[in-house]
Write a protein that binds this ligand. Sequence first.
Ligand SMILES: Cc1ncc(COP(=O)(O)O)c(C=O)c1O
Length: 446
Amino acid sequence: MDKKAAEKAKLAYDLDREYVMHSWSVQSALKPPVITRGEGIYFWDEKDKKYMDLASQLVNLNIGFNHPKVVNAIKEQADELCYVAPSFANYSRSLLAKMIVDITPENIRKCFFTVGGADANENAVKIARAYTGKFKIISRYRSYHGATYGAITLTGDPRRPPVEPGIPGVLKAFDPYCYRCSFGKTYPDCNIECAEHIREMIMYECPETVAAIIIEPVTGSNGVFIPPKEYFERLRSICDDNNVLLIADEVMTGFGRTGEWFGIDLFDVQADIITMAKGVNSGYIPLGVVAVSEEIGTFFDDKFLYCGLTYSGHPLACAAAIANIEAYQEENLIEKAKQLGSVLDEEMKKIKENHPSVGDIRSVGLFGCIEMVKDRETKEPLVPWNGAPGVMAELKSMLWEKGLYLYIRWNYVFIAPPLVITEEELREAMAVIDESLSICDKVLEE
Ligand SMILES: Cc1ncc(COP(=O)(O)O)c(C=O)c1O
């Protein structure tokens, strides 16, 4: 690294520590590495050390760093028109809406654009409330739907209680978390209670008051739960029986993460509203989408849509999304994610065999989670849920030292690389994880 670049990196760190507040942290505890560049699945720090990104940053960088097609599309759009208010029509925005309708399940017909995932979910709630004339929303405990006030109220995980009270009318259901079933049952002899109890909830709450259920089709940052197919069939029928909308939060699962365009495609079920962000343009420019069914779209033909954002359908973000979707198609990345999914599955199985501290493994497409426990019998988590990170923090630093960046949270190790990863790179990374997990086994011996 030349002298100028080194000075810039030092300034980046010093100014960060003086002026920047970072997400979800006690600020004085932070020593953020300075990242200077990225390409494909790799990025480099201020010492020019190279890291492989097995987390796609925040599970959003599906196309990898600095994909030339997407970079060029942003440049071309910037030359043509950087911004235009949402009230105007614009080529990038219009074309992107059509492209999204084309890749989503058949019933989806129109798009409202937002700036990210949280506001996509909040606008989905507004649309569901307006369309049904009802107000209650059911979400789940082990869920994350965003950090703005409405979205954090929908969220069930430990990021919610510290900022309560949130918005009114949100209720929580249990999750399809088969490894730790809230009902003490074992699939398939479980009557899919995790869905069935929602039917009962709606009965007690009164169907005339419940507008929608919002779920992550495959739970994301709470541990990659892949529900059995019947779960969605059951949920869909519960919604239909009670005139309740089904909202699929595809912010993390959308755009190939699970080996399908969308998580719900795994289950052959239609949602009434699909929210998206992250992989829509891999985060190159902030963008979110609320995609709605034909019926909901038509409803607003003669009803006022009480939703609006200055940056709704930002042309630069839309141009990046068009190029991104084209790249997924041209490079066959969705299919590739499905194929590499079997490699990931195979490697995770080996890891489970090698390490007594691995309690459960779950994966679909390029979306995996290794759940760490103290004891396979009792399933006691290796570190407490929402407690001190303990050995999991040590594991994260060890992997970082070895040039591997992973998303590690509570007792979960997530594997979610950019979809452009090769089989060789994936196996190489899994081998590093395998050798590093011995640090967790040692806790069992103490
Ligand atoms: C499933 C899900 N929904 C919503 C969000 C919030 O998206 P954003 O951070 O863009 O607001 C996230 C972010 O991780 C997510 O994983």
